[in-house]
Write a protein of this length. Structure first.
Length: 209
């Protein structure tokens, strides 16, 4: 699928398999989500621009490289996306953090924004939207749309696992947004859950039902 990257790194796949296990507890689930987010963001940012800089080591002067392109912002989709933020910040401590919250209108079934707070300079930043699950793609597509409405043009979507239906929705609605996932699963069931999936990521992350 164009603009879709599925990470097959052994460490990511190992940790994802443990997360899928229904017997994995809240503490371990939370730690694994943070660890996978950290491993994924390492690859997601592989194409960031750098520039040469002169450095003086304790031995001599030399040339090194530092980031030179757009600064970054991570925007979790509430609530489950919060579990991926610290993993991103472990790798990119200077990144700013925004938040976006959505709910589904019971009559129209369309996503409605109830909260959106982005960094003041978000239009000048590379926005990394994070959410563990990309199921139907409705919430992610709406979140990206709301972020674009605020003037942001450089956006990447990072999910733990995705269903083909969700990937297709993002590709149709936002062909300019690259999608990064740790696992591409088989399909959605009649209740909208990813199969085989890992259940409700928010509930497993926060210990709720």
């Amino acid at each position: 699928m164009s603009n879709l990257v599925v990470f097959d790194h052994p460490l990511i796949q190992h940790k994802l398999s443990i997360m899928r296990d229904k017997n994995t507890g809240v503490k371990e689930f939370r730690e694994l989500l943070e660890e996978i987010a950290m491993l994924m963001i390492y690859e997601v940012t592989r194409d960031l621009e750098t520039e040469e800089v002169e450095i003086e080591t304790p031995i001599c002067k030399c040339t090194g490289r530092k980031l030179s392109g757009r600064k970054l912002a991570v925007v979790p989709i509430l609530r489950a996306g919060l579990g991926m933020v610290d993993g991103v910040l472990n790798m990119i401590p200077a990144a700013k953090v925004g938040h976006i919250g959505l709910y589904r209108d019971p009559e129209t079934l369309e996503p409605v924004e109830y909260y959106c707070k982005l960094p003041a300079d978000s239009t000048e930043r590379e926005i990394i939207v994070v959410d563990p699950m990309l199921a139907t793609g409705g919430s992610a597509s709406a979140a990206i749309r709301f972020i674009k409405q605020r003037g942001c043009t450089h956006i990447r979507l990072v999910d733990l696992i995705a269903a083909p239906e969700g990937v297709k929705r993002i590709q149709e609605d936002h062909p300019d947004v690259n999608i990064f996932v740790a696992g591409l699963d088989d399909h959605l069931n009649e209740h909208g859950y990813i199969v085989p999936g890992l259940g409700d990521a928010g509930d497993r992350l926060f210990g709720t039902k």
